[in-house]
Design a protein around this ligand. Sequence first.
Ligand code: NAD
Ligand code: ZN
Length: 360
Amino acid sequence: EEIIIHTSSKDYPVFVGSGVIEELPAFIKERFPSVTTILIMTDQNVGERYLSLLMGILSNFNRTHFIVPNGESAKTFEVYHKCLTYCLEQKLDRKSLILSFGGGAVGDLSGFVAATFMRGIPFIQLPTTILAHDSAVGGKVAINHPLGKNMIGAFYQPEAVFYDLSFLSTLPQNERRSGFAEVIKHGLIHDQKFFDWLLENITDLHHLTTEQLGYMLEIGIRIKGAIVSEDEKEVGVRSYLNFGHTLGHAIEGEAGYGQITHGEAVMIGMLFALRLSKEILDLSFNMEPFESWLTKLGYRIEIPNELDPNRLVARMKQDKKSVGGEIQFVLLDRVGSPVLKKISDDFLLQQISAYKEEVR
Ligand code: NAD
Ligand code: ZN
């Protein structure tokens, strides 16, 4: 399946399917006939499993690789600096190409390296997680600052995305849940029918058929692509993609990164946003079957008991998406129709406490 992402800065293809990685050499030859060096950036988990395969596929090119720490620990100034040093040592130039081979963390880091090395060299995303159906599309690249996640970054679109589903087979269960939460998000904010399809058809994240996986990721990417096309730099509708993320990020941060995956925290954030939407916007949505489906899939639906509502609210206020200290929430007036609402601290505090009381 080939999906074209249109943005004001660039149009690029996303190839989704089992085995699409085999098409990469021909694509590079055609698009980058005078490519000098190909730098594969990956992390230890992915490198261990799949680097030699990718090196083999690219054996006709002058290629090299750089392995970064797993997950979020790759998105630091220190690792970023090491990457740039490696690029310089390997004499990468403006005709070089970076391949981002891994999950969202590798994608964000290596995309930022590509965006900034010599004022920008091309890169291609080779996502290996479910979550990366989201992160590899749309051109947000970033590293973290000790004072905030994703605070240092750029909008920088890849030349292409090759999303080979065969890499997903080794993904651990909590990482599956993390990525699947963003798939659900895409349904909730944009497509009621897709959401209903997920609810009906996905019963076990470990035994997804290739057809199911391909279908849900394709639709998720199309939705993300449609929103990004409309608003590449997030001045409007792109902020709807933050559904569930206001509280989700606060939970992630308060619990400590690595304690709960991004998507699992966002899932709780979405449940909270749904309740808030029912309360404020009269959203008609049946929580019970949704929550029991999520529980069966292994999600936590409660706000972890040890997290203090006051601290969660304080974190939400620090979020770079809060405007002038006011907390903005993406809510739904129906499934598929998001709206932005400012919520006062007091009301939020009361609602979080109520949620903690009711969902344990
Ligand atoms: P990740 O990149 O940290 O990967 C999760 C874990 O799975 C890591 O330990 C990784 O080594 C391992 N892994 C990856 N692929 C594997 C495979 N095929 N088999 C076995 N293990 C594998 O996490 P993620 O969930 O993919 O991405 C999260 C990151 O994405 C966060 O840093 C987040 O900020 C970012 N993000 C960015 C955007 C964006 O628009 N740029 C959107 C959402 C999230
Ligand atoms: Zn997210």
